[in-house]
Design a protein around this ligand. Sequence first.
Ligand code: UFG
Length: 329
Amino acid sequence: MKVLVIGGAGYIGSHVVKAMLAAQHEVTVFDNLSSGLLGNLFPQAGFIAGDIRHADDINAAFARGFDACVHLAAFKAVGESMSEPEKYSVNNITGTLNILNAMTAHGCKNIVFSSSAATFGQPEYVPMDEKHPTNPESYYGFTKLEIERFLRWYDITRGVKFAALRYFNAAGYDPDGEITGLERNPQNLLPIVMEVACGMRKELQIYGQDYDTRDGTCIRDYVHVSDLAVAHVNALGYISSKNESLTVNLGSENGVSVTEMVEAARRITGKEIPARYVGRRPGDASALYATSALARKLIGWDPKFSDVDTIITSTWNVYRMHTEKKASV
Ligand code: UFG
């Protein structure tokens, strides 16, 4: 199929491009490079520089004729979404409407959307399945949930089939070492831990040690980005062949605490990784993890890299390489 990967130069997007190419799709990336990197592009994929906030850009892209798109272009910092909601409205919501309208104008009928566990908000029970109530705690989570609702209406009114993939905590890097772009100004636990391991940051601050969990720190579900990428390929196969939409959780189903992640990172990197406990971060749930039974059943998803050691080792390989490169200059 001819697939447009919107946000394909980003961290998750580049892994999706690799998986789509491996599945013999003809891939074009659309990206404004605001956080995506030219270095993340694959030579086998085409590239269109453009911005989803500009309807003309995205219309011109779809005018080239695509069977499907994967939409990963979004702002994703939970904290920032609360202080600068306008930015999230325009990029995440208006940008997605521009995509949907361009799709319908040019006859593209399939969209795989990167949704988030942030659509759920505070867990009422774990593991969380797709029936868990959706009460986002952040404006970011609200934008993702609102987009899922738009998708449902474009399915009803325009016959656009969608796959909404609710990622839990995406982490890790391509185990083949082909994708090596570092996220700028990372906000998530593992890249921050890696920056401390490389000496780019002095210490890790661990937010809260008084949660009702086995060691007092928050439990999350870390899922390898290459496993997520394969889910996009499988989901596209499902919606296009069955002409049916779907919404599924994507997690490893394994809850890991912050302390456990840090200890595993110390063991794997051999670095001290200084860490200090500080107060809780507002909005953090104590334990969040998924059941991905539905994804396994519907799209045959079978995560292969989502164990803690593979996630950390594949990430460390990339950070170590960058540090060694810098040291040799
Ligand atoms: N953490 C620290 N110190 C840090 C960074 C994080 O202790 O410097 C802790 C957090 O408090 C949390 C855990 O590490 O307990 C994971 O935090 P992240 O910021 O990496 O991830 P979140 O679970 O907060 O959020 C992630 C994505 C969101 C997504 C959500 C869905 O960043 O986009 O998962 O579950 F919505």
